[in-house]
Design a protein around this ligand. Structure first.
Ligand SMILES: NC(=O)c1ccc[n+]([C@@H]2O[C@H](COP(=O)([O-])OP(=O)(O)OC[C@H]3O[C@@H](n4cnc5c(N)ncnc54)[C@H](OP(=O)(O)O)[C@@H]3O)[C@@H](O)[C@H]2O)c1
Length: 286
């Protein structure tokens, strides 16, 4: 059994919720899992407890609230009462309190004027902050797929989260990268409080990976490192995050991701890549 490394979080968005990946994760030193109230058709927490209720005390568990079932679909809401109920339900279904509860994609319900959006976000943050203060979860955060509307809403009046999770990696896009960094700066978060997610954009077999060799962003020597591993390792720098939630049902794949942590990113080449992304954006017609 390897020593625990907090840099990898096993993300369960696409998971089959099998016991095998949970035991393998612990063997590989991955002792954090990220799930959500709405994953697995709103049954992720019970599926997790069914797969390994005896294993759950050994994991740090983060989950998310913000999507709710309605007429066979999912609707988004930042209603403080619904968020609170979802946290309470999560504890019942998991059989324990989660270590962290993220507000899930709050941008989905932040339409309208800035003042109204800020008010709605502030009340939602206060609801999960209160849940944490009352011991319903260890801490709280924000997980945002598209953080671009968020930085301008954050001022001294909003509660400060314990963690923020954003898209990370070569596919995140320069506007998302910059918004994520701006959001982290607004809340003065250190890299360990900024989490990355979805380093492969949901699939490690996208055609792009056949055209771009991400090993160019890894310091030499990198013999034996695969393109998939390099893609994962580089994601810790786009933006600078302390841990990444990555999905896999395969113990072999998870082992490859753990091994990739031994390599270091080539920051000069990454900075050139970022400059090219900015130049490309600036050339786009308004
Ligand atoms: N808005 C949000 O809050 C939000 C949105 C999306 C994601 N997330 C978080 O990010 C986590 C990960 O997202 P994701 O699953 O959508 O995307 P991802 O981690 O970018 O991609 C997962 C895919 O990568 C493959 N993979 C992983 N390691 C591999 C390896 N070594 N070799 C080959 N293939 C590999 C997996 O296939 P195999 O199973 O075959 O290994 C899986 O299909 C989620 O579980 C969640 O925690 C949050």
């Amino acid at each position: 059994m390897r020593e625990c490394d907090p840099r990898i979080v096993l993300g369960l968005h696409r998971s089959r919720y099998e016991r095998r990946i949970l035991t393998s994760a612990l063997d590989l030193g991955v002792d954090a899992i990220d799930t959500s109230f709405n994953y697995h058709g709103f049954s992720a927490h019970t599926a997790l407890a069914t797969a390994g209720s005896d294993l759950l005390p050994r994991f740090k568990i983060s989950t998310k609230v913000g999507f709710f079932p309605t007429a066979g679909q999912a609707e988004h809401s930042l209603d403080p009462d619904r968020l609170r109920e979802a946290v309470e339900r999560s504890i019942r279904d998991l059989g324990r309190a989660p270590d962290l509860v993220f507000l899930h994609n709050p941008e989905r319900s932040l339409t309208g004027s800035s003042a109204a959006a800020q008010d709605r976000l502030g009340m939602a943050c206060a609801a999960v902050e209160r849940a944490a203060a009352e011991g319903l979860c260890g801490g709280w955060g924000i997980s945002s797929w598209d953080p671009r509307p968020l930085p301008r809403l954050v001022d001294g009046t909003l509660p400060r989260p314990d963690a923020v999770m954003v898209r990370a990696g070569l596919l995140a896009g320069i506007d998302v990268l910059e918004a994520s960094e701006a959001l982290a700066a607004r809340w003065d978060l250190n890299p360990s409080q900024l989490w990355g997610m979805s380093p492969f954009g949901g699939s490690a077999t996208q055609p792009l990976w056949g055209k771009l060799d991400p090993r160019v962003f890894i310091q030499s020597p990198h013999d034996g490192l695969s393109a998939v591993q390099a893609t994962f390792r580089v994601a810790y720098w786009l933006p600078r995050v302390g841990r990444i939630s990555v999905g896999t049902d395969s113990p072999t794949h998870l082992g490859e991701l753990v091994d990739a942590l031994r390599y270091e990113a080539n920051l000069d080449n990454l900075s050139t890549y970022r400059r090219l992304l900015c130049e490309q954006r600036d050339r786009q017609p308004l």
